[in-house]
Design a binder for this molecule. Structure first.
Ligand code: ASN
Ligand code: ZN
Ligand code: CA
Length: 333
């Protein structure tokens, strides 16, 4: 009997053909990633509790890129968990969601026509629905990275999921979910500042959220105002997503990987971006060493400035860009 870590093939729905780390045990292969803490991917087969069954088969090629094969969603989810693990490890030196080297697990085919995906800190697990009409499961890479980043937030700052801290919690997931997508850089996931552009959740091909100008979704805000904390957290995230876009890429019009962006500033002053890599480092350092459960937008400004000062110095262009990007969304001056 052979037992060990294998490189399988995933024919995913959203990320093309990818390598999946699997485990062979005798004549069976399972979606168990022994090189990333042992992350397992399960098939709930439309159930809504427990783990269902671990994906297991006698060959190591998973899915057929469409929903006609139940393992396709498994391949996308298993890939999403692996890229998210690698992103956190290589970008921040973080080993797993709790930074303890241990994996979470994933469950796909949750319920019936369930149009959502969610992280649950109590099971330490990720769950994906099949989407409306079951054509568009919620297993795209930015969604996977978004949801698992809720686990990172829960195990670091612990931002409360309501009011302004809830908006910052949501933005943190959009920011790192986007970081995951850019990190993957395979030909199917080139990276963009849109959230959920592949899952067609609106049924008209538009993404769920836009980081350059969040109000393009019809509900999110571009800038802070005194009533922001009364909004749903997926809309009060808008100004922080906008801050991150401006800090990374700067204001005005820009084309990145073929996608056009045009990011406004509320003070009318331009922001010069410092690049996504530095912006990610600043947000991560703030999240893990400055933010608390009750951090609001004003405190996020203070925390990211402190992080930028520690990383690059208080007289640096990076520090100045953080000041300018907050001013551009009407926080501080
Ligand atoms: N997809 C939603 C989100 O991540 C589900 C949830 O947990 N609220 O915000
Ligand atoms: Zn979320
Ligand atoms: Ca995206």
């Amino acid at each position: 009997r052979y037992q060990g870590i294998k490189n399988g093939i995933g024919n995913t729905q959203y990320s093309g053909q990818v390598t999946l780390t699997t485990t062979q045990s005798g004549s069976n292969f399972t979606l168990t990633d022994g090189s990333r803490g042992g992350h397992k991917t399960y098939n709930l087969n439309h159930g809504s509790s427990g783990t269902g069954t671990l994906f297991s088969q006698t060959n190591d090629t998973w899915g057929n890129s469409t929903t006609s094969n139940a393992a396709t969603a498994g391949a996308d989810a298993h890939y999403g968990a692996a890229v998210t693990w690698d992103f956190y490890k290589s970008t921040f030196g973080r080993s797993g969601i709790k930074n303890d080297g241990k994996a979470a697990y994933s469950r796909v085919h949750y319920g019936n026509a369930y149009v959502n995906a969610f992280w649950d800190d109590s099971c330490f697990c990720m769950t994906y629905g099949d989407g409306s009409g079951n054509a568009d499961p919620l297993t795209s890479l930015d969604v996977a990275g978004h949801e698992m980043s809720h686990g990172v937030t829960a195990n670091t700052a612990g931002l409360e999921y309501s009011g302004e801290s809830g908006g910052l919690n949501e933005a943190t997931s959009d920011i790192f979910g986007t970081g995951v997508e850019f990190y993957a850089a395979n030909s199917s996931d080139v990276g963009d500042y849109l959230i959920g552009e592949k899952i067609d959740i609106n049924g008209d091909g538009t993404p769920l959220r836009y980081m350059d100008k969040p109000s393009k979704d019809g509900s999110s805000k571009d800038s802070w105002y005194s009533g922001l904390g009364n909004l749903d957290v997926h809309y009060s995230s808008g100004p922080a997503n906008h801050f991150f876009y401006l800090l990374s890429e700067g204001s005005g019009a820009k084309v990145i990987n073929g996608v056009s962006y045009n990011s406004p500033t509320s003070d009318g002053l331009p922001v010069t971006g410092i690049g996504r890599d530095k912006a990610l480092q600043i947000w991560y350092r703030a999240l893990t060493t400055k933010f608390t459960s009750t951090t609001n937008y004003a405190a996020a400004r203070t925390g990211t400035l402190a992080a930028a000062g520690e990383l690059y110095g208080t007289t640096s262009t990076e520090y100045k860009a953080v000041q300018d990007a907050w001013a551009a969304i009407a926080v501080g001056s």
